[in-house]
Design a protein around this ligand. Sequence first.
Ligand code: ZN
Length: 90
Amino acid sequence: MTRSIIRAAQWTLGPESTEGAPRGIYSAECLTCGAQAQSTDNERLPVEVWTLKHTGVNPTHRQFRATAETFWRVTPSNGNPYAESDAQGA
Ligand SMILES: [Zn+2]
């Protein structure tokens, strides 16, 4: 994800970087029968493999709703009063 800076508001939007937070959660659902892949943290490939296998077993099931969920965090930029209070642990 590209880090964006909203200078007028003195806040920075970026990916959630807390330890243990997933960069993304991937999942897919068959639009024919509603079967769902087990969602995965950070790994898209297992969901893609599930999708291909699902169609392999059910050749008429070829449409899926794929979801990639990501997490963002907004942090105060330099000059934002909250930057100082965050640094002090307040
Ligand atoms: Zn299906």
